[in-house]
Design a binder for this molecule. Sequence first.
Ligand code: ZN
Length: 127
Amino acid sequence: MEPFPQPSLLRALARGSVGRCPRCGSGHLFRYWVSMVDDCPRCGMHFERSQGYWLGSMLINLAVTMGIWLVTFVGLMVATWPDVPWGWVMAVVVAVTVVVPVAFHPIARTIWVALERHVRARSEPYA
Ligand SMILES: [Zn+2]
């Protein structure tokens, strides 16, 4: 297996933000949308390091969902003020609340791996 040096944080985040392995840039990390492989098919990096490892990705996903929810809600209110169609606004923000976390799930995971591995690499080798 060829060696894969530790990438810069920017490069790791760029790879993670498109759902690729932060270390080598390989794709095919998800069997289905929500099921991530255990190890990178190219560099062999094991992703889930311990129980509860994905809590960080859930936090990233929650923050992104809340941000998109807030922008959508305020944007719709500002765009339709003063006659805000509350039923329609409610339907849209509920859809955002359901769709965004599922759609962003793989990206949140690979971004989390990039961040966690970068911080961890300061104290131990990139593995
Ligand atoms: Zn890899």
